[in-house]
Design a protein around this ligand. Structure first.
Ligand code: ATP
Length: 209
């Protein structure tokens, strides 16, 4: 049985049909790459897959159960990384991540977060307000979630490489592959070619007039 499946999804925005009759099946170890030009509907599709918004028609299932009837389990097994980072710019990285862990029922310690921030190249910046960090450093703070929410099976990632430097991209690539090898699945968009040595499923969305 697939971890995540979608059946006959259709979404319109402002009278424009973005996509229809989309079917998706993603199993443990699968990396699915949603491709398409700006405005094609990639983010809209990802948001439907997270359960944040409803499709006009069709359904999404996690482990064979509709996510609307299975909301709590799905949310606790899901890691969604969207365009908005969801970090408070007045708080420092440590405070942001402690708060995020509380919100998402992730058990952690300050020391564990320090270790992850170190992996992410943020040593010495733990106590600096996020507003004083560079764009790439702010993304790295949010990326710490990939190391924190280890129980999440389904990763849905919208342009996760944005603003990252070469080393940051390599770090994230490695973490994604590790997650897949541990039996997770990933559905993602990216405008840059994926630098991963891993079989990829692809879904191409076209810009419809
Ligand atoms: N809440 C909304 N209300 C109205 N229109 C919306 C809404 N969200 C998205 N759209 C429209 O839906 C279309 C698809 O948007 P979406 O963000 O899904 O595209 P995308 O493929 O992710 O684009 P990009 O590559 O630029 O990120 C766009 O034309 C956008 O204007």
């Amino acid at each position: 049985m697939p971890l995540l499946s979608a059946h006959q999804l259709s979404v319109s925005k402002r009278d424009r049909l973005l996509f229809d009759e989309i079917n998706i099946s993603v199993s443990a170890g699968d990396l699915m790459y949603i491709k398409g030009p700006n405005g094609a509907g990639k983010t809209s599709l990802l948001r439907v897959l997270t359960g944040l918004v409803n499709a006009d028609s069709g359904s999404v299932a996690y482990r064979g159960q509709n996510i609307m009837q299975n909301r709590e389990t799905y949310q606790s097994d899901l890691l969604y990384f969207g365009h908005a980072l969801g970090i408070n710019r007045s708080l420092n990285p440590l405070e942001n991540l402690m708060y995020w862990c509380c919100q998402h029922n992730v058990m952690t310690t300050k020391n564990a977060i320090y270790d992850i921030l170190s992996v992410l190249g943020l040593v010495g910046l733990e106590d600096v307000p996020v507003s004083n960090l560079s764009a790439g450093q702010q993304r790295r703070v949010a990326l710490a979630r990939f190391w924190l929410k280890t129980a999440a099976t389904v990763w849905i990632l919208d342009e996760p490489f944005t603003a990252l430097d070469v080393q940051g991209i390599a770090l994230l690539n490695t973490r994604i592959i590790e997650h897949l090898q541990q039996g997770g699945c990933v559905v993602m968009t990216s405008h840059q070619a994926l630098d991963v040595d891993y079989p990829t499923k692809e879904l191409q969305l076209e810009y419809r007039i």
